[in-house]
Ligand binder design. Structure first.
Ligand SMILES: N[C@@H](CCC(=O)N[C@@H](CS)C(=O)NCC(=O)O)C(=O)O
Length: 214
């Protein structure tokens, strides 16, 4: 089995977290040299996006959430998804809120990373939307230390890349105080740095950022 992945991709990072936490013998590879829009790669994922999981029988599975859920079904031990339906819904809700209401408004800040091209009014509006999303996420996250409580779950796979990107982007636009206003998310950064799997993936994302020159 192979995972097509890039260090910096938050979607691929989410899947790598499951792979490392479950200690799965899945080869992690870069996309083909011809790129993710090449015919070779589009045959694996017609949407031309990272990540894709390629099974040994040739079946390919795109979309990070679908891959993470597949890994839970195919390799249930150790489980990163709680067993009761309500607890499983809680874990899925945290991941979904982080993706839709935090990662999505965060991407609205990308055009403003360069101070020379920054529109402060647009940044203020995007940060206001982002802070609403961060508050929703904190409402659903448990007291910790992990995203859904005292156990490492698939929610951590989504929340870790989310806090990595929050810190990286907010520091680039000189708005790190936003992070400080969200104590639960700030505390989660400490959890991610102290857990071996989450820290490893944070390190890979930091390397990816350094190598991308961003
Ligand atoms: N919903 C997808 C999003 C994947 C995605 O957007 N990946 C980025 C890399 S971080 C990508 O491949 N972008 C290239 C493109 O959209 O053309 C998932 O969860 O896997």
């Amino acid at each position: 089995m192979k995972l097509y992945s890039l260090d910096l991709s938050p979607y691929a990072a989410r899947v790598r977290i499951s792979i490392y936490a479950k200690k799965l013998p899945i080869e992690i590879v870069a996309p083909p040299a011809a790129g993710i829009k090449s015919a070779e790669y589009l045959a694996l994922n017609p949407m031309g996006k990272i990540p894709v999981l390629l099974l040994d029988d040739g079946l390919s599975i795109p979309e990070s959430e679908t891959i993470v859920e597949y890994l839970e079904d195919a390799f249930p031990d150790p489980s990163l998804r709680p067993h009761g339906p309500e607890a499983a819904a809680h874990v899925r809700l945290i991941a979904r809120v982080a993706e839709l209401y935090v990662m999505s408004p965060l991407s609205a800040l990308y055009p403003h990373l360069d101070p020379a091209r920054r529109d402060e009014a647009a940044v203020d509006a995007a940060v206001a939307r982002l802070e609403s999303g961060m508050s929703y996420l904190e409402t659903f996250m448990a007291q910790g230390p992990y995203a859904a409580g005292d156990k490492f779950t698939t929610a951590d796979g989504q929340v870790t890349p989310t806090v990595f990107y929050l810190n990286a982007i907010l520091s680039r636009i000189d708005r790190l105080e936003v992070m400080a206003r969200h104590e639960r998310l700030s505390a989660y950064v400490r959890t991610a740095k102290s857990d071996p799997v989450l820290a490893k993936v944070m390190g890979e994302m930091a390397d990816g950022m350094k190598n991308s020159g961003r």
